[in-house]
Design a protein around this ligand. Sequence first.
Ligand code: PRP
Ligand code: URA
Length: 209
Amino acid sequence: MGKVYVFDHPLIQHKLTFIRQKETGTKEFRELVDEVASLMAFEITRDLPLEEIEIDTPVSKAVTKTLAGKKLGIVPILRAGLGMVDGILKLIPAAKVGHVGLYRDPETLQPVEYYVKLPTDVEERDFIVVDPMLATGGSAVEAINSIKKRGAKNIKFMCLVACPEGVDAIKSAHPEVDIYIAALDEKLNEKGYIVPGLGDAGDRLYGTK
Ligand code: PRP
Ligand code: URA
């Protein structure tokens, strides 16, 4: 059974406050999302396997630890998920990046898929699907469906702001997926926006409306 982790790190919480504020402009919003994605990547990689190798320091030989070469894949859900990719790659530069393009139909709130491109060795990689928002959960559930259909087996989901409806949707469709959240908000409003949330993540990242 997958677990739900809500990160309570003070730096994540502090930066998230500015991300939420409506006065925060596009440039600062993008920078903060990038920083929070890095901090979350630091936490999410806590259990990566290590192996010992022998090296020479300037002083002596030493047996030290290095990452055991686990293959990772980051899959942003377009478009807003793109805002989190660079922050994660700063910490895990060897990860490959797949893309799943989905938009939420404004009337039905159902996800519509328009693009999928994954690394060719999809079956060998552990994936982190990323999107700033987990609202109804439709987009996340569909993105995970899409990469599973193409062979992905080990999948985590990471977002900035979630609400209980979205968490329940992932848990029921993909019970084995661990979910990593910076903040679990109260609810969805009648338009499918998270309350209090941060507004439309894609619009705030890219200055559209
Ligand atoms: C937003 C957000 C998620 C989705 C979440 O994307 O980035 O992908 O909504 O909502 P859900 O949990 O109810 O599916 P949007 O559909 O606005 O597309 P965009 O990123 O292209 O702006
Ligand atoms: N998508 C967003 O960008 N924001 C929300 O609050 C819900 C869905």
